[in-house]
Design a protein around this ligand. Sequence first.
Ligand code: MN
Length: 195
Amino acid sequence: MVQKHRATNLHYDFRLEWHGTLLSWAVPKGPSLDPSVKRLAMQVEDHPIDYANFEGVIPEGEYGGGTVMVWDKGTWEPEVEDVDAALKKGDLKFTLHGKKLKGSWVLVRTRGYGRSSDRSWLLIKHRDQYVSTRDVTEDARSVLNKRLLADIAREGGGDVAKAASGDPTSKSNAPKRSARPKRAVARAKTRKRAT
Ligand code: MN
């Protein structure tokens, strides 16, 4: 499952249930359906399973303070015999059965610099029928209830403006308005009278 998290920085928390816990990676740019795009995924501490359905507001000042959305949900299956060995090796291939993310993927550990080098991975889509150049993060609503981050913040008493900065600015996410602008309506009425 994937949580979209507008904390100090916007990121996507990519989580795989394994041995009774949620293995977790923070993906700043979110997943890409394009196999030529490698997305940095910083491994973070395992999370308890019951965190998987959390959607709401973490108070500012607490760790991860901000707004959390359940962005994608589903099951996964390893494409390797030994998941623990794959994790240790830093090359885990798996299949996702999510609402937004499907098909074959890999998490591969990179050789980075410094202290966090062993926590630095790349999330990459494998070639299959689910590859696309479409930006899947534009599908920006909660998989549970279609809310945007701003909606979740508003209903949870959080920072709406901060949350909204993690929502796309495209027209499809703008509040719904009457399809026809007022002027056009007025003109249509005039025309109607004239005939
Ligand atoms: Mn997070």
